[in-house]
Write a protein that binds this ligand. Structure first.
Ligand code: NAD
Ligand code: MG
Length: 396
């Protein structure tokens, strides 16, 4: 029996993970689930799954949850960020699903890496921000890092196992990172000025949390994924081409020196990569409907529009700048939160990121504290820029 921690259990990836685990109760046992402060959802999950522990990152929410838990429940309630780190490091635990959204997931995810867990990585912001620090923790801790992001999971499936750290020695000529193009694909920038959070979050193929949905709409998500692929497969941005594929059926491809191209296909359902991460190198049922190619009928491809969606270009540049992806990620988190709250326009997101990349100077952070300090400086810079833009639009 593998003991599993699901960080971010109440989210989109977290719930899909619980669904896959439920189908394989003979192999996996739920040790810990965590959430930020959604008490109602957490209570439902505790009653349905009876994990050993349930942790609310927000201590007040933990108190509320404890007061509502039936006395006969076997689940222990804990609160606070350290409890997340402790769960991810617990010697009883084998598998950690890192599915907290954003930089907030870095500490517990890193703890799982340092303690040699099978680490299922959905939380790309943690890897992209901490970069070398994260990869070094994975190596020294002896963790098994398995990508859950659908594109990276596809690449992982298409690159031979003995060459995953060094694709060039496997005869890999190019990695092709697919992008759906998001809900605004095909629109010129002038039409993006007034789009609303609801429109941005209405992804055509995937049902996801609001932050990653906005990232998909700006193509910033593809920029994070470019950096993610560079770390996971030890390559450079020049080794990777982004190709827009609106149907999200091909999850990425690998082109070899001999002209062969291997792709991984499947319905757009995150339970496929989650199940593969849980069972690798075996395969288990994920509850996903078989792919029906006749009903899909057509697979289209086009180049990304970097004029309308400059966030991808900003990321391509940031990858080459010391600490650039940490700055980009932090500025994006602040900008997306402001956009979702109605305090920043959609095209303001890339403006804020570009401003932070220009104005925050950095060396490549080489430890967690340096990563956190850089993240903090970039957030402050982004916040100032948002206030300035708001001030300008009000004309005062
Ligand atoms: P979500 O918003 O649906 O869920 C986020 C989870 O994180 C929730 O459980 C929430 O309680 C928790 N959380 C939020 N803030 C927290 C904090 N400060 N401290 C502790 N916990 C906190 O997000 P999601 O769509 O499930 O995405 C999760 C991660 O997976 C993101 O990094 C995203 O980029 C990545 N990802 C998601 C998908 C997808 O299909 N949803 C696909 C690929 C990668
Ligand atoms: Mg993805």
């Amino acid at each position: 029996m593998k003991q599993v921690v699901v960080l971010g259990a109440t989210g989109s990836i977290g719930l899909s993970t619980l669904d896959v685990l439920k189908r394989h109760a003979d192999r996996f046992s739920l040790h810990t689930i965590t959430a930020y402060r959604s008490v109602d959802k957490m209570l439902e999950l505790i009653l349905a799954y009876e994990p050993v522990q349930a942790i609310m990152a927000c201590p007040d929410a933990a108190e509320q949850l404890a007061s509502r838990l039936p006395t006969e429940s076997p689940t222990r309630i804990l609160g606070g960020e350290q409890a997340l780190v402790d769960a991810a490091s617990d010697s009883d635990v084998d598998v950690v699903m890192a599915a907290i959204v954003g930089f907030a997931g870095l500490r517990p995810t890193l703890a799982a890496a340092e303690h040699g867990k099978r680490l299922l990585l959905a939380n790309k912001e943690a890897l992209v921000s901490a970069g070398r620090v994260f990869m070094e923790a994975t190596r020294s801790g002896g963790a098994t890092l398995l990508p859950i992001d659908s594109e990276h999971n596809a690449m992982f499936q298409c690159i031979p196992a003995n060459n995953r750290g060094r694709p060039e020695t496997a005869g890999v000529e190019k990695i092709l990172l697919t992008a759906s193009g998001g809900p605004f694909r095909g629109r010129p920038r002038s039409e993006l000025l007034g789009v609303t959070p609801e429109q941005a979050c209405a992804h055509p193929n995937w049902s996801m949390g609001r932050k990653i949905s906005v990232d998909s709409a700006t193509l910033l998500n593809k920029g994070l994924e470019l950096a993610e692929a560079c770390w996971l497969f030890d390559c450079t941005p020049g080794d990777i081409d982004v190709v827009v594929h609106p149907q999200s059926i091909i999850h990425s491809l690998v082109r070899y020196d001999d002209g062969s191209v291997l792709a991984q296909l499947g319905n757009p359902d995150m339970r496929t990569p989650i199940a593969y991460g849980l069972s690798w190198p075996e395969r288990i049922d994920a509850g996903v409907a078989p792919l029906d190619l006749v009903s899909v009928a057509k697979l289209d491809f086009e180049a990304p529009d970097l004029e309308a969606f400059p966030c991808l270009r900003l990321a391509q540049e940031a990858i080459t700048q010391p600490g650039g992806m940490c700055i980009l990620n932090a500025a994006n988190e602040i900008a997306v939160a402001a956009f979702l709250a109605g305090g920043l326009g959609f095209t303001g997101i890339d403006n804020v990121i570009a401003h932070a990349l220009e104005n925050v100077s950095a060396d490549e952070p080489d430890n967690l504290e340096a990563v956190e300090a850089l993240d903090g400086r970039a957030r402050a810079c982004a916040q100032e820029r948002i206030e300035q833009l708001e001030h300008d639009t009000r004309g005062v």
